[in-house]
Design a protein around this ligand. Structure first.
Ligand code: SF4
Length: 433
């Protein structure tokens, strides 16, 4: 029996037990959710990429490592404007090597965080942010607010840990923790609500209206109107405001819906401003925010990029130095401002809007990944790697920005390198070492 950390999502549960047989194969998994079990089972998936490939006459053909690396290096050397993208399902060590590669080849590098969790960090530069950790929520939390965020499907064990837990300092747990859900959709997270909880189904696209009204109500510049706000009636709004201004420890988890800007304003920026106001009017405790990203090390890219360059994502290098840019991966691809892409551990072709996917597919693409995806089928060179957190170790940052050590549990098939090892090799070849 061995205790391991699961890399199925950004919760990085470190309480999973596995049982191995004599051949170091995983026999039994205890404590993981379905998503976590799937992650461990992916080692024997029929989608697994086990050998390097490159495209010849429109077909991908299996080749040896020397040939595949030679082809990749040739494409990189022929490129004058490469982009690197992905990096949210690999270790911080691999992310650092990716940033070094981008620097060495005058490239632009970005992670999935640029269109997700990283946006919170950017807004916080303008208005500040109060952060928290899962441990603090477990021990001290009394209000957990999910705003446009449905962890039951994206981070399955999150509420088990933070809502159904007692913590160190209290004799009570779930009994005194109130769950508030604000969402235009009745998601699975509504199904676990109890009598003291507050389910608030708002009108679609009315988050901004509600946040702006709450800012005024909490500053006592406005009374709650008798007709309610954003589809929520007056009585529910009174309960919401009372909980926000009179609780000891409030954590607000935000989802993707909060990232959509409108002509009338920016919901995420206004939410951070609301949190600042609440921290001033609430005399008992503190209110914090956590952006609910799903990929297991999306936060890690921001941390790694910040520590190496002082900027958290969208890094453009020229002449061995970081230069200012307003671009992110979306604008780079939209404007076709690249001549080669290096994709690491993500299915960009499926995840990006179709027009961007077609731009990406129209230029040479090198893929480092462990499984076949839509991106695999348009790649020019495919370099298979070990699965991080199962077949390779390293460091990852949890959803609450806490660094967690990942261990190698089993050997990868065909002696596949980790993302970090492969990127080190590519960096050495680029430098002619
Ligand atoms: S919640 Fe996430 S980290 Fe925890 S077991 Fe499930 S997939 Fe793994």
């Amino acid at each position: 029996m061995k205790r391991i950390t699961c890399t199925g999502c950004s919760l990085l549960c470190d309480d999973i037990i596995i049982e191995e047989n004599d051949e170091r194969k995983i026999e039994q998994v205890i404590g993981a959710c379905i998503r976590g079990k799937e992650r461990l089972e992916s080692i024997k998936s029929h989608n697994r990429i086990l050998k390097p490939l490159f495209r010849e006459n429109d077909d991908l053909k299996e080749v040896g490592w020397d040939e595949a690396l030679e082809k990749a290096i040739q494409l990189i050397k022929e490129s004058s404007n490469p982009i690197l993208y992905g990096f949210s399902t690999t270790s911080c060590e691999a992310q650092a090597e990716g940033i070094r590669l981008a620097k060495a080849i005058n490239g632009f590098i970005d992670s999935n965080s640029t269109i997700c969790q990283g946006i919170t960090l950017n807004k916080s530069k303008e208005v500040g942010v109060t952060m928290t950790t899962l441990t603090e929520i477990i021990n001290k939390g009394d209000i957990i607010l999910l705003w446009g965020f449905n962890p039951i499907e994206s981070i399955p064990r999150l509420l088990n840990k933070i809502l159904f837990s007692r913590g160190k300092f209290r004799m009570t747990g779930r009994e005194i923790k109130t769950l508030i859900v604000i969402d235009p959709v009745k998601t699975a997270s509504y199904n676990i609500m109890g009598p003291r909880d507050i389910p608030l189904l708002i009108k679609p696209e009315s988050d901004l209206e509600l946040i702006q009204a709450l800012k005024k109500i909490c500053k006592k510049e406005m009374d709650i109107p008798s007709e309610g706000i954003a589809g929520i009636d007056k009585m529910d709004l009174e309960r919401l405001v009372a909980n926000l201004v009179d609780s000891e420890n409030i954590s607000i988890f935000t989802g993707q819906g909060m990232l959509q800007q409108s002509e009338d304003g920016d919901p995420l920026k206004e939410l951070l401003e609301l949190i600042e106001i609440l921290n001033n009017v609430n005399k008992k405790g503190r209110i914090s925010v956590i952006m609910g990203g799903g990929h297991f090390n999306m936060t890690g890219f921001d941390q790694t990029a910040l520590s190496l360059t002082g900027k958290n994502h969208s890094l453009q290098f020229k002449n061995d130095a970081l230069i200012d840019t307003d671009d992110n991966i979306i604008t780079k691809i939209e404007n076709e401002d690249f001549d080669l892409s290096i994709i690491v551990g993500t299915d960009a072709i499926s995840h990006l809007p179709s027009i961007l996917a077609s731009h990406l597919a129209s230029k040479p693409l090198i893929l480092l990944d462990n499984r076949k995806s839509s991106t695999y089928f348009v790649a020019d060179v495919v370099l298979p790697t070990a699965i991080t957190g199962v077949e390779a170790g390293g460091t990852a940052f949890r959803i609450d920005d806490v660094p967690i050590k990942l261990s190698k549990l089993i050997d990868p098939p065909n002696d596949l390198p980790s993302d970090e090892e492969l990127l080190i090799k590519i960096n050495k070849k680029i430098k002619g070492e």
